[in-house]
Design a protein around this ligand. Sequence first.
Ligand code: AMP
Length: 511
Amino acid sequence: MSDQNLFTRMANGFDHAARFAELPDGRVYTYQDVLDVSARFANVLTSMGVVPGDRVAVQVPKSIEALMLYLGTVRAGAVFLPLNTAYTPAEVRYFLGNATPKVFVCDPASAQALAPVAAEAGARLETLGVWSAEAGEKAGTMAALGLAASPEFETVPRKGPDLAAILYTSGTTGRSKGAMLSHDNLYSNSAALAEHWRFTARDVLIHVLPIYHTHGLFVASNVTLIAGGSMIFLPKFDLDQVLAAMPRASAMMGVPTFYTRLLDDPRFTGEIAGNMRLFVSGSAPLLAETHRAFEARTGHRILERYGMTETNMNTSNPYEGERRAGTVGFALPGVDLRIVDPETGAPVADGQIGVIEVKGPNVFQGYWQMPEKTAEEMRPDGFFITGDLAMRDPDGYVVIVGRAKDLIISGGLNIYPKEVEEAIDALEGVLESAVIGVPHPDFGEGVVAVVVREPGASLEEAAVQAALSDQLAKFKQPKRVFFVEALPRNTMGKVQKKALREAHSGLFSAC
Ligand code: AMP
């Protein structure tokens, strides 16, 4: 059987002379550079004794070299394990202990703090910073070793189910699970997305997502590589940089906060977006209101898709045809998606809420060394239980209503936070809201709303409660409403409901 290595399959279509990336310091990376630099890193890793199946853990600032280290690891047949740059040494300790990588590459600035952590896990410690001609030692030991290594490397053949990456799901330390992703998982999903979203060698993608997460690492980077397109590769979402890049770009992938931040800036106009053909949103729910405001401003309908670390992307709104606000569209080609009753596993009728389950070449190989956790989330017929609650609208579009673990049960009745949030968000003076369930002595859980006011608004708790009194059944109405400056969000734009629940956990028990 031919080589199924993700890199080999992506590299099939490379035009060596074509541009791959434009970098913030003005450097341009060609596809020949992609081949050369990834080969250098593959040689360095191999010379350190890394063999197929070994894990290479990486916690480094975003840079094109970090992306090449990902490709080099895959070429060496090893398993790439990126870690969120925000993790503390104590958190990194858990990941290294769990994954036992042969090599751990960190930011040169953190090397001292992480040396004992790497030693404890038996991993060789190397560093990689953001490269520049002047960076010197700050570029890291991997950069120096890479420069000295050969740019020729015979990519190690792999079978489709062999592992290419492990990505830890976001969660608290100790409970985070390593999702094992195979060469087939990654290739099949990126190829499906490139086709579905019509990516070609002419595309120029604004890359502003982090590369330790599935969205920026696999969706954005692999789709570009498969299509032979190029990117404007930026360290993070910075309004000025994105606005400056946009007239030269054709596509952007982002989390919803990127789009609200663009809309908040009057410089963002239809003209600036005149060359763009596609804006993709995912990783967190895009408000229907943002979708509409974006269209009104630019004439573009944001294309919302839905996926997760374990499954890659599952659904997408259509490229042609209606991109419907507040929905994540339909299952991607090759993905089987059903919405079922969480208790019985039986499919629910259209319009009813249930849990999304998916099956297909995109679905991961299980959690690293946690077979019991894998078994808990897999149905015997191979469907993965996502934990996302959703329904289909009358035309079959999937509408996500929240995570199952965020469902509120008050007095034995189910309350979907999104329904309450939508009612609150529609009130004058409200920017956004998060609705949570908090332990309650009588009801099991009581509904609590955390609200961000629009600038200058002076809305108070009683006014919110009064406004909702004839809109929502009594059991759905918030027993308390709190106001905050901003909702707690992680870097992928997800509202941290767990943190909100913890902050208000004693609220009703005290009374
Ligand atoms: P992660 O594994 O970090 O990518 O998080 C995956 C989770 O993000 C999913 O299980 C969903 O709960 C959420 N998510 C991803 N995309 C969307 C979307 N378009 N709308 C709503 N939630 C989303």
